[in-house]
Design a protein around this ligand. Structure first.
Ligand SMILES: *Cc1c(COP(=O)(O)O)cnc(C)c1O
Length: 357
């Protein structure tokens, strides 16, 4: 990890908004901590790094970000450990994925030192915003976008990096389940596209599909491959998992699937817990056959926001499949293990936690 500590100018808020926030009822990502980190890349040089109060910022209406979606993000979390430390979960994975996405959009790489120094300083300034472990976590959102006010279709010469944090609640620890339906009308990703990266533009086009799923009585969609429309890829904005006859199955990363940090961690945890796990293609036909044979046991999504999202109903090309929720499910076991490690209650045997302050 980075050891250089860059001294950024810090402008602090006069009055923290922290006392007015109800930490027992935190929504997801709509309450932001007092400060943000901002830096610009102009003609290849990083400049103007500073921490200042979270708030609106100036951007030209003709910027590449607004005109051409030259914009990307990351998302990960910090939790409070029993000792009261702040522990960030696998930020190195997000830092690498950040630069992979940047490269796909011809945006300059963000130096690893800058990423970690900015993160450490911002977390230190807003450490009071870290919820207690029984209240939630601190969600960390890096954002990076083109600010060049010019309409030529190139990524441009100026870019802005913003790091912000939001205390988020524990909505995922409840027993809330969701329902999903396959769609053939909409495609999330296709070979050669950006489905395996994290540009802002991966999310906007999914909203109409979720809205239509909701009109059909489901919470969200199951994305099928864009080539044949046979294989499951992801669900909503999460990676997708099934349990068939005791084996956890998740589709392989073949460019159209986002390489989730949660997904990657769960594959490791399956090995640790002795749960058979396969990364392989899984078709809607196979799911229907498994359901008919009585071996389709579980389905769940994985991602930073919800960690593991249990699914209780699948609409598979017209067949509705109901999945019973068991307290000893593989989803529940994986979730308890992952959350235990993230909050420092279970030994961090893979070195996944970063305690910067
Ligand atoms: C971010 C994201 C995920 C989940 O990734 P995590 O690193 O586990 O949070 C899954 N699918 C899509 C499309 C995503 O954008």
């Amino acid at each position: 990890m980075a050891t250089i500590t860059t001294a950024f100018p810090i402008t602090r808020v006069e009055h923290s908004r922290r006392p007015s926030v109800d930490f027992d009822n935190l929504p997801f990502g709509s309450i932001w901590s007092d400060h943000m980190f901002v830096a610009e890349n102009v003609d290849g040089e990083w400049t103007g790094a500073e921490i200042r109060p979270y708030g609106p910022m100036e951007i030209y209406p003709s910027s590449k970000a607004l005109q051409y979606a030259v914009s990307m993000f990351e998302g990960f979390k910090a939790h409070k450990t029993p000792e009261g430390d702040l522990a960030v979960f696998r930020p190195d994975m997000n830092q690498k994925r950040f630069n992979r996405t940047a490269g796909r959009f011809v945006m300059p790489e963000l130096p690893k030192e800058l990423f970690f120094d900015a993160l450490r300083e911002l977390l230190d300034v807003d450490r009071g915003w870290l919820p207690d472990a029984d209240q939630g976590a601190l969600y960390i959102r890096p954002s990076y976008f083109g600010t060049d006010p010019a309409l030529s279709v190139v990524s441009g010469r100026s870019f802005r990096f913003v790091l912000m944090t939001a205390p988020v609640g524990l909505y995922f620890t409840g027993s809330k389940t969701v329902s999903l339906v396959t769609t053939r009308k909409f495609v999330r990703a296709f070979p050669g596209g950006t489905g395996g990266h994290k540009p802002a533009a991966n999310y906007g086009p999914t909203m109409l599909a979720s809205q239509q799923a909701q009109q059909q009585g489901y919470d969200n969609v199951i994305w099928l491959d864009g080539h044949e429309g046979r294989y499951v890829e992801e669900c909503g904005v999460m990676n997708m998992w099934f349990v068939i006859d005791g084996t956890a199955i998740t589709p392989p990363l073949e460019g159209t699937i986002l390489p989730g940090v949660t997904r990657h961690s769960l594959i490791r945890l399956c090995a640790d817990l002795g749960i058979p796990c396969e990364e392989r293609r899984i078709s809607v036909d196979e799911l229907l056959d498994a359901h008919a044979a009585g071996t389709l046991e579980e389905a769940f999504g994985s991602g930073t926001a919800a960690t593991i999202q249990p699914i209780d109903r699948l609409g598979l090309e017209g067949t509705d499949v109901t999945l019973a929720q068991r307290p000893d499910s593989i989803a529940a076991r994986l979730k308890a293990e992952l959350y235990g490690i993230q909050t420092g209650r279970i030994e961090d045997r893979h070195g996944w936690l970063w305690r910067p302050i």
